[in-house]
Write a protein that binds this ligand. Structure first.
Ligand SMILES: [Zn+2]
Length: 279
């Protein structure tokens, strides 16, 4: 028997600031009907334009994933999308009065908490889980991300970083709400002091601080790590968020130093397969 689609039980709200914009944002998650998907609604724009979280609406992947549909633009959606993916939420409206969701603590933790606070309800229609039928691989120099057919949803990630405290980190797990909540969802974005100045000069990371990122200088970690291998756990979280722009999928993702750009290219490649098999 196929699993039913799920939405949240009641509306919940959250107030915070965006990582890149530094702008305050008020967010409301609302239950949505079957086959709505995850839809962002810009309540600060006249007519409340909306954009569905779908790979076809991705316009930019530099540092963060951006979705656009006409006037409706939102960016840095990946941590929120990872929470919806891992918690198996198919349908939800996300109202925001600013283009960027709250950074929270730099992980998916606040979004998991919000979903749990709202409750999860099953809907009548079955989930459309896409099971990949062939392998897809995206390479860029010394990085790659690929997906293989697999009975379930599995994530294997290797990160290699030249920082003396980071080095090689690996993770390999089946994506489930329980595993994600305990081991992945609270892993935060990594930041380096020397990059932060560059980013801020580019108008990015204005809301970044020691509270919402795991920050390193050349020798040491300035934040308190939650895991020894928090970096690779967060990288896996980002892949889960980026691939949920396809809706729920089954496959085994294997990645080495993958980025949002590579993840989005993989999602586009899988989308081509979906279109071929489901005309
Ligand atoms: Zn991230």
């Amino acid at each position: 028997m196929s699993k039913p689609q799920q939405t949240i039980e009641k509306a919940v709200s959250y107030q915070g600031i965006g990582l890149h914009s530094g702008e305050p944002v008020h967010m409301v998650f609302r239950p949505a009907p079957e086959d709505t998907g995850i839809v962002f609604v810009r309540t600060d724009i006249e007519g409340q334009p909306s954009v569905r979280a779908h790979i076809d609406n991705v316009t930019n992947t530099m540092r963060a994933t951006t979705l656009e549909n006409g006037e409706a633009k939102v960016f840095t959606v990946e941590h929120l999308m990872a929470a919806f993916s891992a918690m198996n939420i198919d349908n939800c409206y996300i109202e925001m009065d600013s283009p960027e969701p709250a950074v929270g603590d730099g992980s998916s933790a606040v979004f998991i908490k919000l979903i749990e606070e709202a409750g999860i309800v099953e809907q009548a229609a079955p989930r459309h889980i896409y099971k990949v039928t062939r392998s897809h691989a995206i390479y860029d120099g010394d990085r790659f991300v690929l997906i293989l057919p697999y009975d379930g949803y599995r994530m294997t990630f290797t990160s290699i970083n030249s920082h003396p405290l980071l080095g090689i980190q690996q993770c390999d797990f089946e994506v489930s709400p329980e595993y994600f909540k305990e081991h992945i969802g609270s892993a935060r974005t990594i930041g380096f002091m020397k990059e932060l100045e560059q980013l801020q000069a580019m108008g990015l990371a204005k809301g970044g601080s020691l509270d919402n990122a795991l920050v390193y200088d050349d020798e040491k970690c300035l934040s308190v790590p939650r895991f020894d291998d928090e970096l690779v756990r967060h990288k896996a979280l980002d892949v889960i968020g980026d691939l949920f722009l396809l809706g729920p999928i089954e496959g085994h993702v294997i990645a080495l130093k993958s980025s949002h750009e590579l993840n989005s290219r993989l999602a586009r490649s899988i989308m081509e397969e979906i279109r071929e098999t489901q005309p």
